[in-house]
Ligand binder design. Structure first.
Ligand code: NDP
Length: 398
């Protein structure tokens, strides 16, 4: 039986707390976040005696250390924001507690995410004999596990990887983001980037797009984005010749984003408003719906998967592995929409992998560096059944 501390009390945290409470491997759960009322709300809605709550500013390392020392968790699951990653890793190092997150660090003042900051902690985690698992949501997360599973079972060499992420849901709002608006808009307004023949190729934001067909959904316009798992997958699967990431957006979403950008509302540098410095994107976040509030009326499905091509015994093969998740079903089960659900469930499975000793290595790791089989075995049981198409038609002829 293990003790787990969950940091953050947003949409993803609600799923992580619900699913942890349902696992017999977890005896005690501490839910800690900046706004304790949100922790209490989640705890009340789950109604499990395993859960206690606490107020925490996760950017304050000594405050986190004190809370960890009082609760003595076996693992800390960080589902606050990427800005907190390094502070929480420091607190884990000081207390000897394993660490897991779902999004890689980015500095608040620059919209630039990369693994280097967290990979730099590898030697310290190794010396301390504790595990850090980075990016264990769906994408990043399951997409890395899917790729490792393909590598283990179907390919001698993987050459082409296209990660495809479709949200075909409808929340009825004119404009809203499915996870934290600030993090989401920073990601989408960055330049696109993909890997080809040993080089990173940069393109203007959302400038490359094509229709991609998704199971049970059909064709959806999908845009090439830079996404964090590309960086780690290219490093850990060195036979890759090309790796790309695609995400669907509706025309209305793109139009809204363009107008907001043209007005300067997606800027992350401070501006002076009547003597008070404000960051336009943070102001915009205040105006937009909380992602968790979208859940109640959300209909439709998400579909996220990996199209992979490569060789096995000198023969060319293709492989497609994916999960479809229904917004309304997720809401019925845990009161969250499918984006939070598909992020929270893998985080809980990753934590189970660590506390069961299956993914317990000293150092800082990405999910594709572990055996994918026990993780894949649990995905369906915990609510994310996956499907595979062997020698699938290639949707990316070029
Ligand atoms: P939310 O904005 O709904 O929740 C974030 C939570 O973190 C809030 O409760 C917030 O508190 C809390 N928080 C922020 N700063 C601090 C701090 N300094 N100390 C303590 N708590 C803090 O985000 P989501 O639940 O949608 O997303 C959570 C994480 O999951 C994000 O990092 C996101 O990038 C990641 N994600 C990963 C995906 C994947 O597939 N890998 C997909 C989707 C999301 P308050 O309420 O007071 O603001």
């Amino acid at each position: 039986m293990a003790r787990v501390m969950i940091v953050g009390a947003g949409g993803v945290s609600n799923v992580v707390a619900s699913k942890c409470a349902a696992q017999q491997e977890f005896s005690d759960i501490l839910l800690a976040s900046r706004t304790i009322e949100k922790c209490n709300q989640i705890a009340e809605s789950i109604g499990s005696p395993k859960i206690t709550t606490a107020q925490l500013d996760a950017d304050n390392v000594s405050e986190t250390v004190a809370l960890i020392k009082g609760f003595r968790p076996d693992i800390l699951i960080n589902v606050a924001l990427p800005y907190q990653d390094l502070h929480l890793m420091e607190a884990c190092l000081e207390t000897g507690v394993d660490y897991l997150d779902t999004a890689n660090y980015e500095p608040p003042e620059e919209a630039k995410f990369e693994y280097s900051w967290q990979w730099n902690y590898h030697d310290r985690f190794k010396e301390a004999g504790i595990t850090a698992i980075l990016g264990c949501g769906f994408d990043p997360g399951v997409t890395g596990v899917f790729t490792a599973y393909a590598q283990k079972h179907y390919f001698d060499e993987i050459h082409y990887l296209d990660i495809v992420d479709c949200n075909a849901g409808n929340h009825g709002q004119a404009f809203a983001t499915n996870f934290n608006p600030e993090i989401n808009i920073r990601e989408i307004t960055q330049k696109g980037r993909y890997y080809e023949n040993g080089q990173w190729i940069e393109v203007e934001p959302l400038s490359i797009n094509r229709a991609i067909s998704y199971p049970e959904i059909g064709d959806r316009q999908s845009y090439l984005l830079y996404h964090e798992e590309l960086e780690s997958l290219v490093k850990h699967i060195p036979t890759l010749k090309r790796a790309r990431f695609w995400m669907t957006f509706s025309q209305s979403y793109i139009n809204h984003l363009q107008v907001l950008g043209n007005l300067g509302l997606t800027r992350i540098d401070p501006i002076d408003y009547e003597g008070t410095p404000i960051i336009p994107l943070q102001f915009l976040k205040r105006l937009l719906p909380e992602p968790s509030s979208l859940a109640e009326n959300y209909t439709g499905q998400t579909s996220i998967g990996c199209h992979i091509r490569g060789i096995k015994e000198n023969q060319e093969h293709s492989y497609y592995v994916y999960n479809n998740c229904d917004h309304a079903e997720s809401y019925k089960e845990v009161g969250s929409q499918a984006i939070s659900y598909t992020t929270g469930v893998p985080a809980v499975i990753g934590a189970l992998m660590v506390v069961k000793g299956l993914w317990k290595k000293a150092g800082v790791f990405n999910v594709e560096q572990f055996d994918p089989d026990p993780f894949m075995d649990l995905l369906g049981d915990l609510g994310l059944p996956w499907h595979e198409v062997i020698n699938a038609a290639n949707p990316f002829p070029d």
